[in-house]
Design a protein around this ligand. Structure first.
Ligand code: ZN
Length: 202
């Protein structure tokens, strides 16, 4: 599995391009980028999917356009789907992001497992930063969105955020295998073991 990281937009959102012989997956398309469109278009012979970790403007902004340009479906956690079209909750209003209201094609519940080509993915519902934040676990890689960062955690002062839920979600993540790589929505890569020891918020 090859993972390419693109850092997009003024708040440096990580967009991940995941590919294998049989799969091409975009995780958090963030802001419009020709490189992301090209990735899906050039891999049209593979099974493809756009995954969103949560419904905040800096992760979802390009998603409806990317779907329109490529015909690839969008998946999101079930409890964040409605907020893709709520500019107050997805912060599109506050940051003048002008994201057209849209819905995902697929919604995921906690513990659900699915595959894209030869990539098997498990969904972990990790509320706190948003009500419907999810992490996507595949092999030894966790795409953590804005739940867990390198020596930090996601903010819980946004509409529908909940600090108590966040603490429960984090303790769940820290019970995963220590060797699991953590690829977050912002900032550098980390792993579970490192965060168990050094994360000052946990
Ligand atoms: Zn966020």
């Amino acid at each position: 599995m090859e993972i390419k990281t693109l850092v997009l937009g003024h708040i440096h959102t990580n967009c991940y391009l995941v590919s294998t012989d049989k799969a091409a997956i975009v995780i958090d398309p963030a802001f419009k980028s020709a490189a992301v469109d090209d990735f899906l278009l050039q891999n049209s012979d593979k099974e493809r999917l756009i995954l969103l970790t949560h419904a905040h403007f800096d992760h979802i902004g390009a998603a409806p356009f990317l779907r329109e340009n490529t015909g690839v479906k969008i998946g999101v956690g079930e409890f964040d789907n409605a907020d893709l079209s709520d500019p107050a909750v997805n912060l599109s209003d506050r940051f003048h992001a002008h994201i057209p209201p849209f819905s995902a094609d697929i919604t995921f519940s906690d513990g659900e497992e699915f595959s894209v080509g030869d990539v098997n993915i498990k969904v972990l519902h990790t509320p706190g930063h948003t009500v419907g934040s999810v992490c996507y676990l595949t092999d030894n890689v966790l795409f953590a969105g804005d739940t867990l960062f390198y020596e930090s955690i996601g903010r819980t002062d946004f509409p529908k955020s909940n600090h108590f839920d966040m603490m429960k979600s984090l303790s769940r993540l820290l019970n995963l295998d220590g060797n699991i790589r953590v690829l977050s929505g912002h900032g550098p890569e980390t792993n579970i073991e490192h965060e168990k020891i050094y994360n000052p918020f946990i």
